[in-house]
Design a protein around this ligand. Structure first.
Ligand SMILES: [Cu+2]
Length: 212
């Protein structure tokens, strides 16, 4: 906390100095250093050979998150659960093939937990956005033509907002149609480790990005 305050003070000092160097002209640039601190973003990288790519941005103001992400090459017309994951115990990273603990050549949600942590925010299209909506399949974007352009302002807790602002949030979009038959079915990869009523295809992570 103290370091942060010092850094901000130092940055403001730099602006003041450069303003003075310009001969005292007060230039209102609209991008004073403090403003950069509340925006985090990251590239979304493919998991589970899904071929999905994208990018994400979050602007944090108090407990308010302005979230927007784009993901391409998703399984089209299927609900894609999406979350911001965060855990104090997590390493705030995306999992890699090395995290395939049971060596079934898939990364499931559980195997990624040490990296990205539990679900902190559910990126639903309407209604509740808490972890309770983690698998609210009827309220997630469905990727018409394989693309999701998501935008929503969400209120979260102080702790989660602070963690995201600090670059510790990880955005994950789920849902991989392994057998390419246009639906989530048990033939693709069996049951989900999260909910035996759901196919693993519906919950396995498709793409992941750390919001730094
Ligand atoms: Cu998730």
């Amino acid at each position: 906390m103290k370091t942060k305050l010092l850094a901000v003070t130092a940055a403001s000092g730099a602006v003041l100095l450069s303003t003075l160097a310009l001969g005292g002209t007060a230039v209102a640039s609209g991008s004073y250093p403090g403003h950069h601190d509340n925006k985090v973003s990251g590239r979304l990288n493919t998991l589970n050979n899904s071929g999905v790519t994208g990018d994400a941005r979050v602007k944090v103001e108090g407990k308010k998150l302005e979230v927007d992400y784009t993901a391409r090459h998703l399984a089209p017309n299927l609900p894609h659960a999406a979350h911001i994951h965060y855990g104090a115990q997590a390493s705030h990273e995306c999992p890699t093939v090395k995290d395939d603990a049971n060596r079934d050549f898939r990364l499931n949600v559980a195997e990624g937990l040490p990296r990205y942590g539990p679900i902190a925010v559910s990126l639903t299209t309407s209604g509740d956005t808490s972890p309770a909506s983690a698998l609210a399949v009827d309220r997630f974007a469905t990727a018409p033509k394989g693309t999701i352009n998501y935008e929503r302002t969400i209120k979260t807790s102080k702790d989660v907002a602070r963690a995201i602002r600090n670059g510790e949030g990880v955005l994950v979009v789920h849902g991989v149609d392994y057998n390419n038959n246009g639906k989530y079915d048990f033939d693709g990869a069996g049951k989900s480790e999260l909910n035996a009523a759901l196919p693993a295809e519906a919950t396995d992570p498709a793409v992941c990005g750390v919001l730094r």
